[in-house]
Design a protein around this ligand. Structure first.
Ligand SMILES: [Fe+2]
Length: 325
């Protein structure tokens, strides 16, 4: 009752060579994305307990001064960064805080950084003497979760009737604009005012669609997410051993809504917990021509929207409608 149907899909077979197994996984992905829009990826091989432990410890070890130093422009006018860095909590106003980082390949010598292309930034990290091993841990996580995402995208490609490696040229380790957000929701004796949805539900983040191709999410096992369906908002069950997957609006765009980006929201819960999305983004110049899945062929379309353009406008729109996170 009031719970969304979120299947658990074993994705390990996507790494193998058995076409029947892969087709069966793709069929499960297809039915999840045509249904409530979320599924859990099981057997992903990531150490999520280590991710939870490291992130919880690190958030607690950060001083306000360190957070300020790493803050993005919205929280520190002196910062030139808009994506990578710390997103502050504001006492009495905003409880959650987060640290976002981008592709570790974006160094000062990376062509996109040299050319100052939008949405590309060199990551900032806290002082390695105070937070030893942090950068190495999260750069490894970026690489590992990218691998899981690439595997899941194989399933999507098969499900969409494309060649298995359809997404690979667009999702490259050198150029992907993907981002990890280490979001902490604290427990507070005195919680700042929270948003209230039109149906009276108290919220931490209002209803939205993700700006991504797909999103790969780890969360502490505290129920909070709801997805909008024909029957209204339904609870998404928790499973902290799996990764929660949903489509973003770029997937909806290239498939003409065959796989919609599900609308979802975060319920307010006063509990210490983490939410760690990996927003799977393509390269700046990637432009996938939308295709008609049902007609099994390319549709009559105008030029494809390049991913860099989509991301910039999509993120700006999300901040305008749901506020700065
Ligand atoms: Fe979301």
């Amino acid at each position: 009752m009031n719970v969304a149907d979120v299947p658990v899909i074993d994705i390990a077979g996507l790494a193998g060579f058995d076409a029947m197994v892969k087709n069966a996984i793709a069929a499960q992905i297809d039915s999840a994305c045509r249904g409530a829009g979320f599924f859990y990826a099981a057997n992903h091989g990531l150490d999520l307990k280590a991710l939870q432990g490291m992130t919880m410890d690190w958030h607690h070890a950060m001083s306000v001064e360190e957070k300020k130093e790493l803050a993005i422009h919205a929280y520190n006018q002196a910062s030139p960064r808009h994506r990578s860095g710390y997103y502050m909590a504001i006492e009495g106003r905003k409880a959650n805080e987060s640290f976002c980082y981008l592709n570790p390949a974006f160094s000062t010598e990376h062509p996109a950084i040299v050319d100052a292309l939008p949405a590309h930034e060199v990551n900032v990290w806290p002082d390695p003497h105070r937070h030893p091993g942090m950068r190495e841990f999260y750069e490894a996580y970026y690489r590992d979760v990218s691998g899981v995402a690439a595997l899941i995208l194989r399933g999507f490609a098969i499900a969409l009737g494309r060649e298995e490696r359809f997404f690979e040229p667009h999702f490259s380790s050198e150029d992907t604009l993907s981002a990890v957000s280490l979001i902490r929701y604290p427990y507070l004796e005195d919680y700042p005012p929270v948003k209230v949805a039109p149906d009276g539900t108290r919220l931490s983040f209002e209803s939205h669609q993700d700006v991504s191709l797909i999103t790969v999410l780890y969360q502490t096992a505290v129920p909070n997410l709801q997805v909008k369906t024909a029957e209204g908002f339904l609870d998404i069950p928790v499973a902290d051993e799996h990764l929660l997957i949903n489509c973003g609006t770029y997937m909806a765009y290239i498939t003409y809504g065959y796989y919609p980006a599900p609308e979802h929201r975060v319920k307010f819960i006063n509990a210490e917990r983490l939410s760690i999305p990996f927003f799977v983004n393509l390269s700046h110049s990637s432009a996938i021509v939308p295709f008609d899945v049902a007609a099994d062929g390319p549709a009559e379309v105008s030029a494809a929207v390049p991913y860099g353009h989509y991301l910039k406008h999509g993120l700006a729109h999300l901040i305008r409608s749901n506020g700065q996170t």
